[in-house]
Design a protein around this ligand. Structure first.
Ligand SMILES: Cc1ncc(COP(=O)(O)O)c(C=O)c1O
Length: 441
């Protein structure tokens, strides 16, 4: 068979994820190096990273300490089988990690991504109820507009139509509570919106419809990120917790974005004072350097599995790369940096300056909302008639041209700089946005 040899710099062979491939390949945006809060583009420009990569590079880019830990680990122990075998550092990491989540969540299961963490948590929920003789609890509840990754379980409980519609019918026995986005009442809210705690009661509607005895778990992002930053209304998460308690339903917080300091505390559960039964994490766990995810599980849930013959795995689940030594080394080095530099609470120190910077853009054309929490922000634009998402996409391209990386989802600009960002750089982000948004038709 004749071999085609595309030039090594051809963009054709790579089918890019969640990317407008044709647009990208016509006008590529390649990043070739990074340090601190900056990327360098292939055309030699410094790009201020307003998104911490994809919400994951919390300690800033190319940290030597992490790079060295990764290299040393690859030389010392490149891989150890994850099933029926272990290596010392993965136990060390688990013991360390449980200190960052609320008390009681004292077991960790390792995965390689946020999507895998979500599917793992959903499987734990189903298997937990079954282990307790409550096998009728099979229903999983998500929330409209949620993003829980792209695997079938997570996608089924997600609520973003654009990422679901090509794959229906997805998992059976899934339902969704209403989302909390209410611009009529909460537009331009600083921090948590005042209105909407009662939207948690939508779970009672599903309990009445399906009966609690059929519901295994509810999963929510404590602050929805990828759908465009939806900050939980005051009292909402507390109310959701109370309803779950009333009906024996497990509450899972998907903290793939909010974990590791994004909201000013190690995890959002702590920041909002609500403890779920499981927490999913990924992204910031290794500062984005090596794929890794984790599921934190309450002791009672873990212990319910510890029955049956002792030579048989209690939970028939895991990945070849669960607790991969190189990812573990990266995570340990990352935690050292978070601790040494106080990064997991830094967003709290900066969040008022951050809020001031973003809300100063109010009044520019087309902006229908600005919202913020921790070091996360969103600017929602009015859609242009007949061209959904186009205005925000143009903002993304224009910002990149000016030297600022932002992220857009639908009509919403989402911002989440690395947690090492300095106040003057927050000012730079604001100024770039002002210029870009002022010029947008
Ligand atoms: C809340 C949430 N859950 C799950 C995921 C999926 O993570 P991954 O892309 O690592 O599979 C994401 C990704 O952004 C996320 O924001």
């Amino acid at each position: 068979m004749a071999r085609r040899n595309p030039p090594s710099n051809s963009l054709e062979a790579y089918w890019m994820p969640f990317t407008a491939n044709r647009q990208f390949k016509a006008d590529p945006r390649l990043l070739v190096s990074a340090d601190g809060v900056h990327y360098t583009s292939h055309d030699g420009r410094r790009i201020l990273d307003g998104t911490a990569g994809l919400w994951c590079v919390n300690a800033g880019h190319s940290r030597p300490q992490i790079a060295e830990a990764i290299a040393a680990q690859a030389r010392e122990l490149d891989y150890a089988p994850a099933f029926q075998m272990g290596h010392p550092k993965v136990f060390e990491l688990a013991n360390r990690l449980v200190n960052y989540v609320p008390a009681g969540l004292d077991h960790v299961f390792f995965t390689n991504s946020g999507s895998e963490s979500v599917d793992t948590a959903l499987k734990i929920a189903l298997a937990y109820h079954r282990a307790r003789g409550d096998a009728a609890r099979t229903r999983l509840i998500g929330r409209e507009r949620a993003y829980h990754g792209v695997n079938f379980g997570g996608l089924s409980v997600s609520g973003i139509a654009a990422s679901r519609k090509q794959y229906t019918p997805l998992l059976p026995g899934v339902d969704h509570i209403r989302h909390t986005h209410d611009l009529a009442k909460n537009a331009f809210a600083r921090f948590q919106p005042e209105h909407g705690a009662e939207l948690a009661d939508d779970l009672e509607r599903l309990v009445a419809l399906h009966d609690a005895s059929t519901i295994a778990a509810v999963i929510v992002e404590p602050m929805a990120g990828s759908t465009g930053v939806l900050v939980p209304p005051k009292g909402y998460l507390e109310r959701l917790r109370a309803i779950c308690d009333r009906h024996g339903i497990l509450l899972i917080f998907d903290e793939v974005i909010t974990g590791f300091g994004r909201l000013g505390a190690p995890f959002a559960a702590e920041r909002f004072g609500v403890t779920p039964d499981m927490i999913t994490a990924a992204k910031g766990i290794t500062n984005g350097t090596v794929p890794m995810g984790a599921v934190f599980v309450r002791k009672e849930i873990h212990d319910a599995f510890m029955t049956g013959p002792e030579h048989v795995p209690e939970f028939a689940h895991g990945y070849t790369y669960s607790g991969h030594p190189v990812a573990v080394a990266a995570a340990l080095a990352t935690l050292d940096i978070y601790d040494d530099e106080g990064l997991l609470t830094r967003a709290k120190e900066l969040e008022n300056d951050w809020a001031d910077a973003l809300h100063s853009l109010k009044g520019l054309p087309n902006i229908v909302d600005i919202r913020n929490f921790g070091l996360v922000g969103a600017i929602e634009l009015a859609p242009r008639a007949g061209e959904p998402g186009k205005r925000a996409f143009e903002a993304f391209l224009a910002a990149y041209e000016r030297g600022l990386l932002i992220r857009v989802t639908g009509e919403i600009i989402a911002l989440s700089p690395p947690l090492i960002v300095e106040k003057n750089q927050i000012g730079e982000i604001r100024d770039h946005l002002r210029t870009v948004l002022s010029a947008l038709s």
